[in-house]
Ligand binder design. Sequence first.
Ligand SMILES: [Zn+2]
Length: 320
Amino acid sequence: MEVKQPDLKWNGTPQKLDSDDTKNSIQHHMAHPSWDIYEVHAFHRDSNGWFGVGYNYFVEFNGDIYEGRGDRVGAHVAGWNDRSYGVGYQGYLHSDSTGHDQQMTDEQVESGAWINAKLLKDNPHLSLDDIIGHNDVSATACPGNNFRMDELRERTQQILDDCPVEEIESQLEKKKVKLEEAEAKLDKKASKIVALEDEIKQLKEDKDQLEEGKDQLEQIIKSQEDELDERDKEISKLKNKIETTKKAHKEDVRDLKKEKDELAEALENDIKALQRQNDELEEEIKKLKAQLGEKVELDLVTALKFVVEAVKQAFSKGRD
Ligand SMILES: [Zn+2]
């Protein structure tokens, strides 16, 4: 048995189903007595406006199985599409007052069992009980009271039981691959954790270094502040010194002025005294001059007298 690939034109591409998250395989009939995969596809795409046929697989009367959405998200039960597979069956498999009384064919039971067995094998977390009808999850007649659900499940179990060794091995291989993928994911996460731990360690070291640097800076700032304080002290000392020197200088100037005034006064007194002495001396000189003048006059008289006497004597000798 095989799944056929119909030649369908899609109106877009549905998302992939997360196969780890699938819960059920849900069975539907088409509620139409004759539509095949192409007609269902056209109806779902053009009338419903979907990407295309809503079922993941479609089983026709003769047992042909067609892939619809396959392993992509279907459109068959609102709220269940992204966690279930939908298997559609050709026909109106329901007897009701409308007069329909179409039966599910043996080929449909066989092919339905085969595709469900395949889904269970491909999704090992699914079991026989997960094969359900649309009416198990919604208020609907689908897949119809002529749908042979019990037989389908029974046959599915038989197919699974008859599963040849190679298939079991291939299932095991698939599981192994999945396991390895999971392990690889775990390894990746573990190495990410290690990398994160390294990063955290590095960040801690950086933080320690920064704190150390901060301490050093604080010490430098403190020593500079101390130095500034020291300088301030020196400056105020110098200011005091300058102030003191200025004061002393002012006092010196005052003393010098006083001294100068005293000297000037003494000098003036000296000059006055000298003046007085000078006046006295001049007075004395005058007196002396006067005395001297009298004396000279006297001397002249005496001299004249002498000359007169001498002349008289000369004259008298000459006469002798
Ligand atoms: Zn349905």
